[in-house]
Write a protein that binds this ligand. Structure first.
Ligand SMILES: [Zn+2]
Length: 226
């Protein structure tokens, strides 16, 4: 579904939201969902007139399995370059383990891991704050993971990964504590992106905010993240 010109949410991707960004010359997928979504993503792009070998980048907001799970196979199908922040690159490439999850969810994910296997992938592009890919600016928003990023299409859209999420009513909420490496840092990151201007906020989980998103985020910060 095209939310704004050149900004698509790819329907039916399981795990986390997956987006397709299209410019005049280029295209990129932001996050890939759990393992097994690569064909859905390729089919969606094809419907938009983007043949698999024309996809330039697979940008991961962070390496958690629900975002990176289909990256290796999607790269195999398209030849797109995989991009991730430098602080999270060693987890994507398999040099470090994926995030340890605290509490009961860790157990559940451990059990899931038996069925859902992570395929490490060596990043082709290692990102830093303020880098540009297509017409997107990398905004370093650590907290959920060490290397979490948001991607900013100036004045239009902010892709936040798991820097925050939205509830079913489309209101901003904090990322879940058990999955978040450093909550104070996560709050600082939300403050950072709340200072920029955009109409659309595209989270990894929950429905996108499609109107006055930066004002919604500013009031979320002002209310003490409630
Ligand atoms: Zn997630």
């Amino acid at each position: 579904m095209e939310l704004s010109p050149g900004v698509h949410q790819i329907e039916g991707v399981s795990g986390a939201n997956s987006f397709l960004v299209v410019t005049n010359q280029d295209s990129a997928v932001i996050d890939t969902g759990l393992p097994g979504n690569e064909k859905k993503i390729v089919e969606y792009a094809r419907k938009q007139g983007i043949e698999p070998n024309k996809l330039s980048y697979i940008i991961l907001t962070h390496p958690d399995l629900d975002h990176s799970g289909s990256a290796a196979k999607l790269k195999g199908l398209t030849g797109a370059k995989v991009a991730i922040h430098e602080a999270d690159a060693p987890r994507l490439s398999g040099e470090k383990k994926l995030k340890e999850v605290k509490g009961g969810m860790g157990l559940i994910l451990g059990v899931m891991g038996v069925f859902m296997k992570f395929t490490p992938v060596k990043p082709d592009v290692v990102l830093k704050d303020s880098d540009r890919l297509l017409d997107l600016v990398v905004v370093y928003t650590p907290g959920h993971t060490e290397g979490s990023i948001s991607l900013y299409r100036e004045r239009v859209a902010m892709f936040v990964g798991d820097a925050l999420r939205t509830n079913s009513a489309g209101k901003p909420i904090l990322p879940p504590g058990g999955f978040t490496v450093n909550m104070d840092q996560a709050k600082e990151s939300i403050r950072k992106i709340s200072a920029l201007q955009y109409a659309f906020l595209l989270p990894g989980h929950g429905p996108p905010i499609t109107k006055d998103a930066s004002s919604a985020l500013a009031s979320f910060v002002q209310s003490g993240f409630k």
